[in-house]
Design a protein around this ligand. Structure first.
Ligand SMILES: Cc1cc2nc3c(=O)[nH]c(=O)nc-3n(C[C@H](O)[C@H](O)[C@H](O)COP(=O)(O)OP(=O)(O)OC[C@H]3O[C@@H](n4cnc5c(N)ncnc54)[C@H](O)[C@@H]3O)c2cc1C
Length: 459
């Protein structure tokens, strides 16, 4: 009798595998609920590491991510260390810079969130340098295992052995490479509160500011293009042709050296279902749904996983046997929707968008949203600045697109806009070479579809 009472009083143990962005936040969520939390992370403790290995991606944190941080009281702390982004800044071939504001408040750049954040809770133990893998002898004793171990999840591999587990992964032909733009005289080399974009059709570069006044420039390009460049001089030739304004800012020597530091990195989209096994194991973050980065939502979706799980825990009184299936039921359609949106942006933005239409649609969307804020909400606004469920945002976007009156207004406005522009611009032929094109990523998908719809259906 005594033994069973003490057993039920014992705190349940939750093992979080992977102390990346989502694992770190999840550990806080479970610790806040009073579980005994064990985090297992392959990498060493960055507080003790002399050299911090890995890539330095800085990430756009938007509404969903912020809401999840807020729930465990971390929003202010993280936001105070971030850099606000008010708009995109498009760089043309001639070096001309054109800002395109976000529909709403703007986003925030998040620097690293690491598992040590979870240590503020005394009921959390961090186990660094602990890689849990298929062949390992190690057994985790826990009431619940939460797989937050990224796109190549070892925990997910266990799911693959089971019947009725659906899984797909797609590598895209593009890779990415990071280059650093140093400060000039101790100041940012470009305006800091922008997502800088150099859109060049099949490839493009973006740059995001860091707290140390550097910019991280990320070059997205098909692998075959990366491979064509084999010498330092070819790097400079390439940059001279496509990103000439960045050469003095990054530096010739740095470009020649850093281009060859690491090969282009692959990007993968992963979908699976279900996310759980019985009442024992659940996948979250990239382990459940790695998405290509062209909507800036991978981490935001992973953070939202934590808050959705939390909401279901509340609803089902922490009964894992009810919580886990419900989590799969609720979350899979949304994660699949954002994976599709990100992939669609990757494919379609390059194929159909041109700058004139993009800018025009941006104005129209904002105008219509301003006069009918509850009826017309741009897809990008729903995805980035709200917690409307991803799959509902997609449904709503299709509906908005179908509203004939909306289309008609667009077409009419576009005709007026084109006529007005024709009067003002004497030589259209130069525009293709010099104006911004395809401002992906983080651009509105709705722009794409309408652009395609306009040309095929006609006004
Ligand atoms: C170029 C690029 C740009 C991006 N930009 C954005 C953006 O602007 N906004 C956004 O929201 N998202 C963005 N993303 C996506 C975002 O980076 C990911 O969605 C996010 O990092 C996922 O977090 P995670 O914790 O699930 O996985 P990860 O960050 O991959 O963390 C997984 C952790 O698990 C550990 N681990 C792995 N295997 C094991 C194991 N067997 N045992 C123990 N530990 C293990 C790893 O060491 C790692 O720490 C971008 C991605 C890329 C590639």
């Amino acid at each position: 009798m005594e033994e069973s009472a003490s057993r039920s009083d014992k705190k349940k143990v939750v093992a979080v595998v992977g102390g990346g962005l989502v694992g770190a936040l999840n550990a806080c969520y479970f610790a806040k609920r009073g579980f005994d939390v064990q985090v297992f992370e392959t990498r060493e403790d960055i507080r003790k590491a002399k050299i911090v290995k890995g890539r330095s991606i800085n990430l756009a944190l938007s509404h969903r991510g912020r809401s999840a941080l807020k729930h465990v009281g971390m929003e202010d702390k993280i936001v105070s260390k971030g850099i606000p982004m008010h708009a995109r800044m498009i760089h043309s071939l001639s070096g001309k810079q054109s800002p395109i504001p976000y529909g709403k408040k703007g986003q925030l750049l998040l620097q690293r969130l690491n598992p040590t954040e979870a240590e503020t809770y005394p009921n959390t133990t961090l186990n660094f340098g602990r890689k849990l893998s298929d062949g390992s002898e190690e057994e985790i004793q826990a009431d619940l295992i939460v797989g937050c171990d990224g796109a190549f999840s070892a925990i997910r591999k266990q799911f693959l052995r089971r019947s009725r587990f659906n899984f797909s992964q797609t590598y895209i032909p593009h890779g990415y490479m990071e280059l650093t733009m140093p400060p000039i005289n101790g100041e940012f080399a470009m305006k800091p509160n922008y997502l800088h974009i150099w859109p060049r059709n099949t490839f493009m570069m973006i740059a995001l500011p860091n707290l140390d006044k550097t910019f991280t420039c990320t070059l997205f390009m098909p692998f075959e293009e990366f491979e064509k460049i084999t010498t330092g001089d070819e790097v400079i030739e390439f940059f001279q042709k496509y990103f000439p304004d960045t050469i003095p800012l990054i530096g010739v020597d740095a470009l020649k050296r850093d281009y060859f530091r690491l090969p282009g990195q692959a990007m993968v989209s992963v979908k699976c279902t279900p996310y759980h096994i019985g009442d024992k194991c659940v996948l979250m973050g990239d382990a459940a749904h790695a998405v290509v980065p062209f909507y800036g939502q991978g981490m935001n979706a992973g953070f939202e996983d934590c808050i959705v799980f939390e909401e279901i825990m509340e609803q089902f009184n922490e009964d894992f046997s009810a919580v886990l299936p419900e989590y799969t039921r609720v979350r899979v359609p949304d994660d699949h929707a954002i994976a599709d949106l990100a992939m669609y942006n990757y494919i379609e933005m390059r194929a159909h968008v041109n700058s004139r239409w993009f800018l025009f649609r941006k104005h129209v969307d904002n105008f219509l949203h301003a006069i009918m804020p509850k009826t017309i909400i741009p897809l990008y606004t729903m995805v980035t600045f709200s917690r409307i469920r991803y799959h509902e945002a997609v449904k709503r976007w299709h509906w908005q697109d179908k509203v004939r009156c909306f289309k008609k207004i667009c077409h009419l406005l576009f005709i007026f806009h084109s006529l007005a522009a024709r009067r003002n611009v004497s030589d259209f032929s130069n525009l293709a070479a010099d104006e911004p094109v395809s401002p992906w990523p983080h651009a509105e998908l709705s722009d794409v579809t309408c652009a395609a719809g306009f040309s095929t259906n006609g006004p």
